[in-house]
Design a protein. Sequence first.
Length: 257
Amino acid sequence: MNNNYIEKFEKMRIAGRLAAETLDMITGFIKPGISTNQIDQLCYDYIKNNGGHSAPLFYRGYTKSLCTSLNHVVCHGIPSDRLLNEGDCLNIDVTAIVNGYHGDTSRMFTVGKIPIKAQNLIDTTYESMMRAIKILKPGIKLGDIGSEIQAYVEDKGFSVVRDFCGHGISNTFHEKPNILHYGKKNTGLELKPGMTFTIEPMINSGKYDVKVLNDGWTAVTKDKSLSAQFEHTIGITENGYEIFTESVKGYIKPPYN
């Protein structure tokens, strides 16, 4: 392992930990009556007060510090005055920059009691991400990641969004390679030690078709079915992987107790 690789991983750990701690912090605030703007402000302040700054803020003209994607919003939901209601399902996606390096992660949150199908969708989305992570090691192909996710999700009766994908990440927010969440085994780029990227499957309870609203950011399911997403930032080691964005409090998926 060369020194560049060691130094890069050390910096990715710090950024990833702050991103994860931000989601840990906000968990207790996810209740009926809080607005997604308030969530945005709390997370912005936490990242800033802990030595980082929020990568999405002003990125390509984006005006908030994170994304809040509710119910049938697939990704890139913009925080607003919308209040959380009982039964809502919410994805919060944060990216912290510390010393020039990025930690990018998202989790689902549930507001009070949600339908069983919604919980099944969330559980399946989380499990699909973790199944893909657990096969990571040098020598496997990018297509193996997508194949693992797609096979598991479709077997459960859900669908994998095609329009958005994971991405390389380090001292740049989005870089090559793209990490598709569907695909065929033994196709695509071969993983090598030192690679860092996100895996962030977006899974719909209905069809996988999405559309982007007139704000140019918010992606929603075309059939208005529920959507869920989880995301981790990962590094490939000599014989496996490291997750940089694991919850410090041990939170995995909702409900968080």
